[in-house]
Design a protein around this ligand. Structure first.
Ligand SMILES: *[C@@H]1O[C@H](CO)[C@@H](O)[C@H](O)[C@H]1NC(C)=O
Ligand SMILES: *[C@@H]1O[C@H](CO)[C@@H](O)[C@H](O)[C@H]1NC(C)=O
Ligand SMILES: *[C@@H]1O[C@H](CO)[C@@H](O)[C@H](O)[C@H]1NC(C)=O
Length: 480
């Protein structure tokens, strides 16, 4: 029997929730029981008591929270072992407790159950497609919800401040600077940089920003805003839009010229390139063929290839980083960047086992939902939008999608460090001044509960003591 402690924060209070997981022989069929919660178990929730369970209304938030975690884990086990009838029963129980407008755990439960049900339904492609047939994916909404996330939580602001300060310090002596923004949708970051550059004692450099985004309109707006600001500040400036999905980016289109000092800004983007056809990679035949091909390549690529996305998992090591990631990092390396700042989610949502991913996601998103709970009223429509369209969609992607569809393959900093080092980048520790700027931002906005910690010369942005986002700085190394 393996005892697993999950660390949850519900309404800023910390709960240690002990779960005893009895691992069965076969993977995915582990059963979960938790002794302190026996009273909430299936017996007391049995429909025999009669719907709608009058005692549920009297349940306090913490009790309900613990009960929901328990039920979610039970349900996740049923889904991952393919036991659909049992999953149906636990989803039914959870539906009486979960709510997208309730407290933190009720909201989390609503999105996790939706994702779990979505995964089950994918087993019936006809049903799944019919339920999805009128869904409209609206890019304007996606942009809106990212802007709301930028406004309501300090994470993106911190990432931008840290990135900008590192750029200013690295480019202090440079006269021609080229910044490549891998996800160009928020002009505020670059407006602030333009202002800082125009105040440089030695005068501003010639600045060129290449913005990458799949929507032309988004880049048009960026260009408009940044050109106006640069003109006002009298900074020699050019905005170069590249309409493209990151995975299809051809670095030739970035038009990097000799003599330019290049800086790359990547905010929550790199992990999307890890999306691989798991099924093919898990296919032993395919693995053998792959390995054979890799053995004919150089050792650097082999090392990268053998690096597992989930060291805790006992699954074959061959699933590794995708070739897409390797070639993308190689292409960036080829631009000889003076600086590359990478912000990523600090969680492992790229495990091969569904249960691992669900437990990691519960831990990570519980903290994110709690950030909103601590600052935004429950009835806020904006909050519901962030939860549904941003966090909810990410949870759904992590749980319900597989293969190339599964893009939210967040990985922890240690993985990024070894991957980027293998690709020929050297880590650049942030200066004390960068830390100072970040702390100042937290103070000026009166953000409580957030912390910035230094780890190996990189930064962790934390909610309470839980690291949620990592920011690391890199530069081109001559010899790989
Ligand atoms: C699903 O669960 C509910 C509630 O326990 C039950 O009434 C229903 O019969 C189940 N459906 C199937 C198809 O098993
Ligand atoms: C659901 O519908 C949207 C919009 O039509 C589409 O882009 C998406 O691929 C569909 N998802 C699935 C899993 O069929
Ligand atoms: C897996 O291997 C089998 C046996 O060689 C092959 O028929 C099948 O096409 C492979 N599947 C994939 C997804 O590569």
């Amino acid at each position: 029997m393996q005892i697993l402690f999950i660390y949850f924060m519900i309404s800023s209070e910390i709960y240690w929730f002990p779960l005893s997981i009895e691992m069965a022989q076969e993977e995915g069929s582990s059963s979960v029981s938790s002794s302190p919660l026996q009273m909430f178990s299936m017996m007391s929730l049995s429909p025999g008591l009669g719907s709608p369970y009058p005692w549920l209304r009297e349940m306090k938030s913490e009790e309900r929270g613990l009960c929901l975690i328990h039920l979610l884990v039970v349900c996740a086990n049923h889904v991952s072992s393919g036991s659909i009838e049992n999953a149906n029963v636990s989803l039914e129980y959870i539906s009486h407790l979960a709510s997208p407008v309730g407290d933190t755990m009720q909201r989390i439960a609503a999105y996790f159950t939706e994702a779990l049900a979505d995964r089950v339904l994918k087993g019936w492609p006809g049903l799944h497609k019919a339920l999805n047939s009128t869904k409209i994916t609206c890019v304007a909404d996606e942009i809106l919800v990212h802007k709301l996330f930028f406004e309501f939580c300090p994470f993106l602001k911190l990432s931008y401040v840290i990135t900008n300060q590192a750029i200013l310090e690295t480019m202090e002596e440079e006269k021609v600077v080229h910044i490549i923004d891998l996800n160009s949708f928020e002009p505020t970051q670059w407006v602030t940089l333009l202002q800082a550059l125009s105040a440089r004692p030695q005068g501003p450099p010639h600045l060129r920003i290449t913005g990458i985004h799949e929507q032309k309109e988004v880049l048009d707006q960026m260009a408009h805003r940044l050109n106006a600001e640069a003109e006002k500040l009298d900074v020699p400036f050019q905005f170069h839009p590249v309409v493209c999905r990151l995975e299809n980016l051809d670095t030739e289109s970035l038009r990097v010229k000799t003599g330019e000092a290049v800086a790359i800004s990547s905010v929550l983007q790199l992990h999307t390139l890890l999306a691989v056809d798991d099924e093919m990679l898990q296919n032993k035949t395919a693995n053998a063929a792959h390995l054979q091909r890799v053995l004919q390549m150089n050792t650097h690529t082999l090392g990268e290839f053998l690096e597992s996305p989930d060291s805790a998992s006992s699954s074959p090591k061959f699933s590794a980083s995708s070739h897409k990631m390797i070639s993308f990092l190689n292409a960036l390396w080829g631009l000889s960047p003076k600086l590359m700042v990478v912000t990523e989610q600090e969680s492992n949502h790229n495990g091969l086992s569904l249960m691992d991913r669900i437990m990691e996601a519960l831990n990570f998103y519980a903290a994110l939902f709690d950030c909103l709970e601590s600052t935004v009223p429950r009835a806020s429509i904006e909050r519901q939008k962030i939860e549904k369209m941003l966090f909810g969609e990410e949870i759904r992607n992590i749980i319900a999608c597989e293969g190339v569809e599964r893009k939210k393959r967040h990985e922890k900093l240690d993985k990024w460090i070894s991957r980027l080092e293998l690709a020929g980048f050297g880590k650049v520790p942030f200066s004390y001044h960068v830390m100072l700027q970040a702390r100042r931002l937290l103070q000026s906005y009166n953000y409580h509960g957030y912390k910035i910690k230094e780890e190996n010369g990189c930064f962790m942005i934390c909610w309470q003591d839980q690291p949620l986002f990592s920011v690391s700085a890199w530069r081109f190394r001559q010899y790989r």
